[in-house]
Design a protein around this ligand. Sequence first.
Ligand code: F6R
Ligand code: MG
Ligand code: MG
Length: 371
Amino acid sequence: MPDKTTLSVIKADVGSVAGHQVIHPRLEEIAEESLKEAQEMGVLEDFYVTHCGDDLELIMTHRQGVDSSKVHELAWLTFKKATREAEDLHLYAAGQDLLVDAFAGNVRGLGPGSAELEFEERKAEPVAVFMMDKTEPGTFNFPIFRMFGDPFCSAGLVIDTAMHEGFRFEVWDIKAHRRVFFDCPEELYDLLAFIGTKGQYVIKRVYPRADQVVEGEAVACVSTDKLAHIAGKYVGKDDPVAVVRSQSGLPAMGEVLEAWSWPFLAAGWNRGSHNGPVMPITMAQNRVSRFDGPPRVFGLGFQVGDGKLVGPVDLFDDPAFDPVRQQAAELADYMRRHGPFEPHRLPMDEMEYTTMPQLMAKVKDRWEDVA
Ligand code: F6R
Ligand code: MG
Ligand code: MG
């Protein structure tokens, strides 16, 4: 049996420049040195270090499988090294996402986010890595649904015989820590009934229903870690990542990108407390600014071959995405004019991990009963 390849994307915010805007290049250099060493020791096959806004992103290929403690520990130690540099440089929120002191087998629950796929490489294996800043895992529900469930986005669902069989969605209830599977298209309405509530029900993985890939292999995976639920207090948004396999009976790369061609609204932005439009950005635009945002998505495309990463391609670096960015900027204006009012500001229950409870406690004895 051929060796399986695992593509792991593990990320953390360990400090940034000028507030929460952008990572410092030294942190990326440190991460590169750390992963290079691991590659020389045979832990990794290949890697690519990048960032999305203030998040340090480790894109890694290896033979250790999903949830490998070796790979997770490598990521953890890399974030630790970057944190030390962030502290020396007096970067903002140094070490923010490392919620515990010691590594415990897996980064899940410790602060960093991870999305991983293990697969038998097809003859040519195109993948997309999507990284978001200033938003939460459920923000991926809309575009992932569009890629694998919406025939108005992915033409292949109608006219490619393999895609026509549909896809199976694994949905996690991130509050109750349980999961459920929906087979689409027949359970499309059931799926949508849940994933519209994106703060609780989150698409974790997608599986094909024909034989495009080896049976049981997922073709998309999203990080579902919720920092607030882990820490019990506000420590920043989760800024999720996702990996998506593409082509040959899976959504074409152009369909995977089409899912981002409209700036839908997502929760996050300033203080993790505001709805705003998701703006697809290029490497040159890869930092947040206005009102600490707006929420953005950065995409890199690769071919995975013999465990190596060929690429990347800056997926949103195309004038065809300029109107989306323009529309997102206009929507940002529109939303901002609501100031502290909903639906720009999130509802109270979604702000329970901010400083809102302290403000409510301040007036708690001043309420008078009315008839
Ligand atoms: C959002 C985010 C920022 C901060 C904001 C206030 O995820 O990280 O919008 O919430 O800049 O940060 P502090 O309270 O650290 O000054
Ligand atoms: Mg930050
Ligand atoms: Mg961030």
